[in-house]
Design a protein around this ligand. Structure first.
Ligand code: CP
Ligand code: NVA
Length: 327
């Protein structure tokens, strides 16, 4: 444990909870998690290796992954825990048995379960039946672990997330967009979607974002003109045009989203200091040009690194009482 004054943060009483969507946290909890992530990032090394000593966490992935799988495995190794990985047909929610049965069985073996699945409703069923924390490692609806890393990166780059203007250009209905928007508004940023009407977030979701952002002064705007969405932005974010599991829409998405590609020309509408963000994997020449993603404004590898720090904080918060951190 860390040799610091034992000052458990009341804002971080997350032990035993699930994390399926960003708004499973309230804003003070999200801020507490980010403070813990920064604390752990600044203090790498052996001190961390006792934090989750003796714990076992199952990683169950129905879809491919590089960052999420490896960053969870490395985070767990650094924290002294063991990761058990199963993928593809070995684990698909509801295929061999009900989500409830799988959850009850795994709860007898492991201390937490990290799941990547298309089926968000199945994930919720699994979590309701689980006696241990369940973490969403990406579903069709949300990618909350990515969003914590994204706001951690924004905070590092700009000092504060509150007051930033974050443009999300492209498929405004996907998992990454939804989670980024929730985290950004909860911390007091303005999120500006730039998407064609076919890919614009639903009115219900936009209204939910408005309510979620209100206490911190966060807000949401939606444009169909990409330049208007990006104008004056502190950060410009995009993601693939076709998410995993949505391949049947690829041709339509390519045609509809082509005008929303993040190029140097589109970036010129953003603030001169603007950061370019992408969750990765990226397709150069499609949603982003090589000049932008490989250029000086890009923070995509900081985001990827921060996946590990953010997930360490999440694991410690869900699996311990978070005692002894001055956060
Ligand atoms: N950004 C992200 O989740 O990457 P992976 O799909 O490689 O895990
Ligand atoms: N929206 C993408 C994110 C990948 C990390 C997908 O779901 O495939």
């Amino acid at each position: 444990m860390y040799a610091v004054a034992p000052a458990p943060s009341p804002a971080l009483a997350l032990a035993g909870r699930h994390f399926l969507k960003v708004d499973d946290l309230c804003a003070p909890e999200l801020r507490g998690l980010l403070r813990l992530a920064r604390f752990l990032k600044e203090r790498p090394g052996r001190e961390q290796s006792t934090l989750l000593k003796g714990r076992t966490v199952a990683l169950l992935f129905e879809k491919p992954s590089l960052r999420t799988r490896v960053s969870f495995e490395v985070a767990l190794t650094h924290l002294g825990a063991k990761a058990l990985f199963a993928q593809g047909s070995e684990f698909a929610i509801g295929s061999r048995e009900t989500p409830e049965d799988a959850a009850r069985v795994l709860s007898r073996y492991v201390d937490a379960v990290v799941i990547r699945t298309h089926d968000h409703a199945g994930l919720e069923r699994f979590a309701r039946a689980a006696a241990v924390p369940v973490i969403n490692a990406l579903s069709a609806e949300s990618h909350p672990c990515q969003a914590i890393a994204d706001v951690l990166t924004l905070g590092e780059r700009f000092g504060e997330v509150a007051g930033l203007r974050v443009a999300y250009v492209g498929d405004g209905r996907n998992n990454v967009a939804a989670s980024l928007a929730q985290a950004a508004v909860m911390l007091g940023a303005t999120i500006c979607f730039g998407s064609p009407p076919t890919h614009r977030p639903s009115e219900t979701f936009l209204a939910q974002l408005g309510r979620l952002g209100k206490p911190a002064g966060g807000s949401v705007r939606a444009f169909s003109n990409p330049a208007r969405a990006v104008r004056g932005a502190d950060a410009v974010y995009t993601d693939v045009w076709t998410s995993m599991g949505e391949e049947r829409y690829r041709e339509r998405n390519d045609a509809m989203l082509r005008p929303y590609a993040v190029t140097e020309e589109l970036m010129s509408y953003a603030a001169p200091h603007a950061a370019f963000m992408h969750c990765l994997p990226a397709h150069r020449g499609e949603e982003v040009s090589a000049e932008v993603i490989d250029g000086p404004q890009s923070v995509v590898f900081d985001q990827a690194e921060n996946r590990m720090h953010a997930q360490k904080a999440l694991l410690v918060a869900l699996l311990t009482e978070c005692k002894g951190f001055p956060i």
